[in-house]
Design a binder for this molecule. Structure first.
Ligand SMILES: Cc1ncc(COP(=O)(O)O)c(C=O)c1O
Length: 363
């Protein structure tokens, strides 16, 4: 089986964890600080605040911007549920904007129509490792005084004209094991605003700056030094991991490009796509439907997955929130997309094997 994802844990990560275990500081401590400093330098942000998941990063970022009941936050319905759930956690209302079909990211041309006097923030998602139209989104946000909380959970090292995901306003990252780099569970908030950074630090740790003195309501969403030690070792490798993903993705696109009904991933000029997922579309012109192709891939032991089979506005847990609104591009994409493995462990022979199998069943 060629798995759809595989964390790459080497001796460096094992030694780093053992070092922390022997140090006596196994919860948040000096390794977490070291990881934050290294990560903010990598992203090119003023601050980095470590938390225990990408979901926590989004939740804390929204709270640090003061978002709560009565506020609206614009995002996309074609993302992992955590993006929209984090808005609900604060008591604010998610307002969805449909996506563009080439990158699957929020359609910037439709954002302004959804801005009301209650809108406080936009959460663009850098889906699959390709940044949203961050420059245009920053311009819209500036015109309307909105915060931009970039969900970069799938985009470590992705960039627009050399500027990295997470460096625009506020960035939120996940280090879940399937991601381009991991800490087991873990997350990070990056930002340039000192006030946001200070609030985020308090919110992730019971609202306190000084132990046992609590200035605001907070949670326990801290990262452990065990996770941070893994993260430090992975951060040294993430560019190499990304280059291997990009190499595999380019090779696979080349081999799939003339198969009728297959649309290979788009990369906008100036964008660095880090292929957290390599996602093709299977359109009506294809000889088999998407789900039939999945069956063939499973049969050939080629890992595959659908991110995401049901857009958020159609999830039962969101039915009362969206009032029947429809987002046709997201709905169509959820029926056409299929992701294939391009992670760093996938070899050129395996790419050839995948392409040959797809060609045989679709031509
Ligand atoms: C786009 C997106 N947002 C948020 C998250 C949440 O991250 P985590 O699973 O670390 O809580 C993920 C991770 O799965 C994600 O892919």
């Amino acid at each position: 089986m060629i798995p759809i994802a595989k964390p790459l844990i080497g001796q460096e990560e094992i030694d780093a964890v053992m070092g922390v275990m022997r140090s006596g500081t196994i919860a948040e401590g000096p390794k977490t600080k070291e990881f934050e400093d290294a990560f903010k330098a990598y992203i090119g942000a003023g601050h980095a605040i470590a938390v225990n998941s990408g979901t926590a990063a989004l939740h804390v970022a929204l709270l640090a911007k003061g978002i709560g009941p009565g506020d609206e936050v614009i995002t996309t319905p074609f993302t992992f549920i955590a993006t929209a759930n984090s808005i609900l956690f604060t008591g604010a209302k998610p307002v969805f904007v449909d996506i563009e079909p080439d990158t699957f990211n929020i359609d910037v041309n439709r954002i302004r129509d959804k801005i009301t006097k209650r809108t406080k923030a936009v959460i663009p998602v850098d889906l699959y490792g390709h940044c949203a139209e961050m420059k245009a989104i920053m311009d819209i946000a500036e015109d309307h005084g909105l915060a931009v909380i970039e969900d970069a959970c799938q985009a470590h090292g992705a960039s627009v004209d050399g500027k990295k995901a997470g460096s625009f306003d506020i960035g939120c990252f996940s280090f879940y094991p399937t991601k381009n780099m991991t800490t087991s569970e873990g997350g990070m908030i990056t930002c340039n605003d000192d006030d946001v950074a200070e609030k985020a630090r308090m919110i992730k740790s019971h609202g306190s700056k000084v132990r046992y003195y609590h200035e605001m309501l907070g949670y326990n969403l801290r990262m452990t030094d065990i996770s941070a030690a893994i993260g430090l070792a992975q951060l040294k490798k993430v560019d190499r991991f990304n280059e291997a993903r990009i190499r595999n993705a380019m090779l696979l696109s080349e081999k799939l490009k003339d198969i009728p009904g297959i649309v290979t991933p788009a990369i906008k000029p100036g964008y660095k796509h880090v292929f957290h997922q390599y996602t093709i579309r299977v359109t009506d012109e294809a000889k088999l439907g998407r789900d039939e192709l999945m069956g063939e891939l499973n049969h050939a032991c080629i890992g595959n997955s659908i991110y995401y089979p049901l857009p958020i506005h159609q999830q039962p847990s969101f039915r009362n929130i969206v009032n029947g609104n429809r987002y046709p591009v997201s709905e169509l994409m959820s029926k056409q997309v299929i992701s294939l493995p391009v992670h760093p462990s996938v070899t050129a022979d395996e790419i050839q094997f995948m392409a040959d199998n797809i060609r045989v069943v679709l031509t």
